[in-house]
Design a protein around this ligand. Sequence first.
Ligand code: NAD
Length: 256
Amino acid sequence: SLKGKTAVITGSNSGIGLGVAHELARAGADVVINSFTDRDEDHALAREIAKEHGVTVRYIQADMSKPDQCRALIEQAGACDILVNNAGIQHVAPVDEFPIEKWDAIIAINMSSSFHTIAAALPMMRKAGWGRIVNIASGHGLRASPFKAAYVTAKHGVLGLTKTVGLETAKEPITCNAVCPGYVLTPLVEAQIPDTAKQYGISEDEAVEKVILAKQPSKEFVTVKQLAGTVLFLCSDAADQITGTSLAVDGGWTAA
Ligand code: NAD
């Protein structure tokens, strides 16, 4: 049980992050969910998770593209036994047409935010004598696809950070790992279906079948529930000696 632990999950008012929040709450952890917005529905989501699992859940607004806000999220959480770096965005364009502001935003949100939250959380984990860091990377941390220069670069970077932090904490009861999902049907993937169709000059159905799931030998989307279960496993005692590595949950994509 994760009773008495506090989990902070970045970018968790949607998709994989929200699924992870539910799973860790179900296991007994108090949870902090986050995004850059501050809407009634964000706070309502926190109340919903709290009610469903009988744990304390707070929504803390913080923009993961801003270093000071990444660090402030952890400070405001007050405790951080489990840190799940999940916030991420995508933009699809050829490298020579890639908008500079999109490049900067993807590098900041998908990669640098993890550096800042980890730097802020590690002292708390050391004080508590236990810690788990799980970075949600991607199959694109291990493989590239055309038109995703910023995303592929950021996710490869996350795996480098994961290995380094794993080594720096190796002698402590703290682990740092990455999860590399294949394609999951969340708003992030739904949003890139029209762009992918445009880039390849095919229909949206064909984009799903021939481009997106083309890379996934299982020919099935990975589910949010499966990823949340993987994160929970990495937080378990069975995973005490798993550190500085990545776990692919991708229907065989990166085996090829
Ligand atoms: P999603 O769009 O449903 O969720 C992304 C989350 O990040 C949302 O909660 C959003 O509010 C938050 N976010 C975006 N910008 C933010 C910012 N500036 N500050 C704080 N929060 C911000 O997408 P998802 O598919 O659930 O993606 C979650 C993670 O999983 C991402 O890191 C993504 O790269 C990774 N991933 C997704 C897939 C997939 O197929 N969906 C595959 C591999 C990896």
